[in-house]
Design a protein around this ligand. Structure first.
Ligand code: GH3
Ligand code: MG
Ligand code: MG
Ligand code: MG
Length: 298
């Protein structure tokens, strides 16, 4: 069965690219690069599922391309197959040690290339699915704490370089223990699913990340947003929640589900770690609770 993916073919000889293109084009989308620098650029911007790379190229050879792909977090997980006229066990060993997933010798057989490509795409797909599982909260379907920690570190570093702010909203359901006691734990679970969906609707930019931080607490990461922008998002989150109108007869705050929010926006400085942002939002969340709940503090 055809397994469609996006394949980047890298070779300094156009005729080799044409041979691989002819072998793959029916099953795969094929991109190509004639040198290593262009290959790295396409790998970063086009997110191919698999890269076929020639070993011997001027300037940057296949081994160097492979090493550069492995060194960058955005391209680290893209499998690489060497396609080369080099044939010795030493050449093959060196390619595998550089991080290659497979090794095909030229002249290539089209059917063999297709079969090996399919194998790598299957493995990649399974790895992607497993990784997605490790980053997703099974109850609500939003990103989990692990995903939050990874993204926070990455955005913090990115914004430190660019001199831009990172905003964070910590949002905690008010009197949720009373909700469970009153409606039962299963209803509590269903409530969290709806709360998560409402938060997702409220934080709508593509690079905003809604995560389940733990229990009935959510962390909403808003890269490149200042305090005013984050305040706008906080309003939208509270609006979405109010529109849900989930009854909470046992809440001393209101007859429906409410949340308290702490929001902070900081431009990363010097050697400061991202934990200052979490600590700041957490302290403000505490103030929102102490101030009567169903509100945000910044
Ligand atoms: P506060 O307004 O101060 O936040 O009060 P609270 O009752 O929400 O806070 P508390 O920390 O005392 O209780 C949190 C409750 O959330 C207790 C816990 O059983 C419940 N909870 C945490 N995770 C889940 C979950 O996955 N499902 C359900 N149903 N309940 C959960
Ligand atoms: Mg070559
Ligand atoms: Mg709570
Ligand atoms: Mg809590």
């Amino acid at each position: 069965m055809a397994l469609n993916g996006r394949i980047l073919v890298v070779d300094d000889a156009m005729e080799n690219i044409q041979i691989l293109h002819a072998a793959l084009q029916e099953e795969q989308e094929v991109l190509f690069a004639l040198d290593g620098a262009r290959a790295l650029e396409l790998a970063r911007t086009q997110h191919p599922d698999l890269i076929l790379v020639d070993a011997m190229m001027p300037d940057m050879d296949g081994y160097a391309v492979c090493a550069a792909l492995r060194a960058a977090p955005e391209t680290r997980d893209i499998p690489v197959i060497f396609v080369t006229a080099l044939k010795t066990p030493e050449d093959e060993t060196r390619a595998l040690e550089a991080g290659a997933a497979d090794f095909i010798t030229k002249p290539v057989n089209a059917a063999v290339v297709r079969a090996r490509v399919r194998t790598q795409l299957t493995v990649k797909r399974q790895a992607d699915a497993l990784r997605a599982l490790t980053l997703t909260d099974p109850l609500t379907g939003v990103a989990n704490r692990r995903a939050f920690d990874e993204r926070l570190e990455a955005e913090w570093r990115r914004c430190a370089r660019a001199g831009l702010p990172v905003a964070l909203i910590l949002a905690d359901v008010d009197h949720f223990k009373a909700y469970n006691d009153h409606y039962g734990h299963q209803a509590g679970d269903a409530c969290l699913v709806q709360v998560a969906a409402a938060l997702r609707r409220g934080a709508g930019r593509t690079h905003d990340l809604v995560t389940r931080y733990g229990g009935e607490e959510f962390a909403i990461l808003l890269p490149q947003l200042d305090a005013l922008g984050a305040e706008g998002v906080a309003h939208r989150l509270l609006d979405e929640l109010a529109q849900l109108g989930l009854p909470h007869a046992a809440s001393p705050t209101a007859p429906h589900i409410t949340m308290s929010l702490g929001l902070s926006s900081l431009v990363p400085r010097d050697a400061q770690g991202a934990d200052v942002l979490v600590a700041s939002a957490d302290a403000l969340l505490y103030q929102a609770k102490a101030g009567g709940r169903n509100q945000y503090r910044m």
